[in-house]
Design a protein. Sequence first.
Length: 258
Amino acid sequence: MTIHHFHEKHWIGTFDAGGGGGDPPSTPSIAIVDNEDGTATVTISGSDGGTSNTVYTADWAGDTWQSAGSRSGDGDVSVDPGTSVFWAYVVSSDGSQQVVSDLAHGTATDGTTSVLYRSLVAVRDVIRGLALSGVGSAQIVWQKQPWDRNSVHPGIFCCPEPETIQHRTNVRSDVGYGVLVVMVRASNRNLTDGFDTFTMWREQISRALRAQPLTGVSEVYHVTIEPKAVILPEAFRNQFDVGALLVRCHSREVNTVT
């Protein structure tokens, strides 16, 4: 029986080789392509001919894994994770022994969602994957504005900010999509309580996102962090700790409509 689990963005896989001796099958690798119709294609390579290869997928949090399709030997498997960022791996079995591929991440879009929208969702999902102390996954959301009169604190809001545009050539421009990450917790005007946890959120979010591509948004090749207020004074006067980081998602785009 194969056991796999996912913890704090680390992939841990084990397998029971079962009965039979001899060498295990070759370990396959996978590549994922977004079909822009809500599905993606997982291409399996490096497996032995005649092996049964089953693809498993899960959402970004990695909470629930499910079989998404299988085939014999190398080739393509179409998966339908919905429009989302997701994880995938393949189990290759020769009937007596099995091996597990490395974990890969992919994106499934519907061809109608903007880079900014997908950046908001992807930043939210990266933060959810950090399992930050004192704030639940359901309290980390994207929305139009960083406030909600009905919200329950603490919370982390991912909100759109104006993009930057640098014209590189007549053909392409660099667009920096802005995602404002706003962290909120009740403070009751206490000058020290909870500060360590609050600033740890800020530190971990910055480290998880800066100076790398944005997982799940293929157009974004680089992410930078622009520091904003650590504690907003006017919010503190209203009994809340509110701090922010501006996540800048850099995309090199053609100057045409596709």
